[in-house]
Design a protein around this ligand. Structure first.
Ligand SMILES: CC(C)(COP(=O)(O)OP(=O)(O)OC[C@H]1O[C@@H](n2cnc3c(N)ncnc32)[C@H](O)[C@@H]1OP(=O)(O)O)[C@@H](O)C(=O)NCCC(=O)NCCS
Length: 245
């Protein structure tokens, strides 16, 4: 079985970070489970990270029987850009594209905001805490170079100081995605995230896209409050499982 099967892939970046041979499967269905297990055996995988649609309860129960354990629940929301206007941003916060050389500013903001974050890495007690924090810090930093991770990165300024960031991606001709957002702890609760979301919506409209999607852990109520107030609607959800071999 090739290490690049469509359903499961070795994750070099996780292996490098944690020193553990890791594989990832982004959309597992009940039929895929035997193939995932075979792949892991064939490639001496130690940790498998598998996402499955929350609606596929049979897949969930089969994974539980095979010793997978749940590490997070991801909820997706959508904003249909052709159906309604983007709400006004009255907060007076400047949102602009990241400048060359500002990658470390974004990294610093991510370092503060994602420390001890409640994602699937942090939910696995066998993974080193600091390295779990680094997942988000490095992701934010690498996104600034606008490769496959992000097509645009925005920075929000509060009193001329960079206080938050947003990474944005074009998924298709019609769909944009708000991927990773963070606001430095000292600036939280001032509406900066709301301004970043409005910046993301405006970016999607400027590209002529039909829909902007966003996702988060179900326990992240702060962002879901902002989304629902802006007019986003719930769409679908995934569970993330880990399995150790
Ligand atoms: C989530 C986050 C982006 C919100 O940023 P923010 O600029 O503080 O958000 P806003 O000021 O627009 O406030 C949004 C709402 O969340 C609440 N909120 C802000 N920070 C919060 C926190 N740490 N815990 C709980 N609620 C929080 C605000 O009080 C507000 O709700 P309210 O109007 O009912 O009071 C920021 O807390 C953060 O960076 N968190 C860590 C990373 C993260 O969760 N990123 C998003 C997923 S990728």
């Amino acid at each position: 079985m090739s290490p690049d099967s469509a359903k499961i892939k070795l994750s070099d970046i996780d292996e490098e970070r944690f020193g553990i041979r890791t594989a990832k499967s982004s959309c597992t269905t009940r039929e895929d489970i035997p193939e995932l297990l075979e792949f892991c055996e064939a490639h001496q995988v130690e940790l498998l990270i598998a996402r499955c649609p929350a609606a596929d309860i049979e897949a969930v129960q089969r994974m539980e029987r095979h010793g997978f354990f749940i590490t997070d629940t991801l909820v997706y929301y959508s904003f249909f850009l052709k159906n309604k206007p983007i709400p006004e941003d009255a907060a007076g916060i400047r949102v602009r594209p990241v400048s060359p050389g500002e990658e470390f500013v974004v990294k610093d903001i991510a370092q503060g905001s994602f420390q001890g974050y409640r994602g699937h890495y942090h939910a696995d007690p066998r993974l080193d805490r600091k390295k779990c924090d680094d997942v988000y810090t490095d992701w934010a930093y690498r996104s600034c170079f606008r490769g496959s991770l992000a097509n645009e990165v925005m920075v929000a300024e509060y009193d001329s100081t960079p206080a938050g960031f947003a990474t944005l991606r074009i998924n298709s001709d019609s769909e944009g995605e708000g991927v990773l957002f963070g606001v430095a702890p000292v600036f939280q609760g001032k509406g900066i995230y709301r301004s970043l979301m409005i910046g993301g919506l405006t970016w999607c409209v400027s590209l002529g896209l039909d829909v902007m999607i966003v996702s988060t852990q179900i326990v992240n109520t702060a962002v879901q409050k902002v989304w629902t107030r802006l007019g986003f609607e719930p769409s679908h959800s995934y569970y993330t499982f880990h399995k150790w071999f």
